[in-house]
Design a protein around this ligand. Structure first.
Ligand SMILES: Nc1nc2c(ncn2[C@@H]2O[C@H](COP(=O)(O)OP(=O)(O)OP(=O)(O)O)[C@@H](O)[C@H]2O)c(=O)[nH]1
Length: 203
């Protein structure tokens, strides 16, 4: 049986969470900002290293805080499923300082409330809107050092607009949840002709 990997994508308003997901899944991008009102769930299958993985990608609206327990999680419809994710993508806008402060807080809350006593859940920090890097507010090296050395998280910059590093983001994420050498083989793999190692593609 192929396991479903639950991925939660979190971040402040307007940082590009939906744009990243839609670029990854549908190769599309819209300049129009339509605020996410409620959690949206996508159920694609992804191929990594010639293995198929069922994904459940949860695109959340900006949540006020990470729910401290299951009760709080289910009391707010927007947060449902966030605590049981197998991996987190925390997105900030490289041109917006407040959006970095937001993920800083959310990461801390995830670490404090969710991971205590359990095996660690991978978190990848994503600096989006790389195409606007002239307006960057924090030097890349500072963020990267903090994230990798202090937080022990992965760090990737991407541009959902130009589909730059979006695939890389998801393939790194799948590898971090242990899918890089997954033994499950799905029959649909036979229809995938052009797979290469360390490549992630969507079916
Ligand atoms: N230049 C540029 N604009 C982007 C990029 N990604 C997203 N945007 C724009 O940023 C705005 C917000 O994008 P969304 O994907 O809706 O952001 P979100 O994080 O889902 O926002 P919420 O729904 O409020 O949670 C839109 O106008 C997008 O076109 C990017 O990589 N570069």
């Amino acid at each position: 049986m192929v396991m479903t990997i639950k991925i939660a994508i979190l971040g402040a308003r307007g940082v590009g969470k939906t744009a990243i997901v839609r670029q990854f899944l549908y190769n599309e991008f819209s300049e129009t900002y339509v605020p996410t009102k409620k959690r949206r769930v996508y159920l694609p299958a992804a191929v990594l290293n010639e293995h198929v993985h069922n994904l459940q990608i949860m695109d959340f609206p900006s949540i006020p805080s990470f729910p401290v327990n299951t009760f709080q999680e289910w009391a707010n419809a927007c947060c449902r499923g966030v605590r049981s994710a197998h991996a987190y993508i925390l997105v900030y806008d490289i041109c917006c300082f407040d959006s970095f402060e937001y993920i800083k807080t959310i990461r801390q809350q995830i670490v404090e409330t969710r991971l205590m006593g359990t095996t660690e859940t991978p978190i990848i920090i994503v600096g989006n809107k790389r195409d606007l890097q002239r307006n960057r507010v924090i030097p890349r090296r500072n963020v990267s050092n903090l994230v990798k050395k202090n937080w022990k998280c992965g760090y990737i910059e991407c541009s959902a607009k130009y589909n730059w590093h979006v695939l890389l983001l998801f393939s790194e994420l799948l590898k971090s949840v242990g899918c890089g050498h997954c033994k499950h083989v799905h029959t649909t793999i036979r229809f995938q002709g052009a797979l290469r190692r360390d490549r992630c593609s969507i079916m």
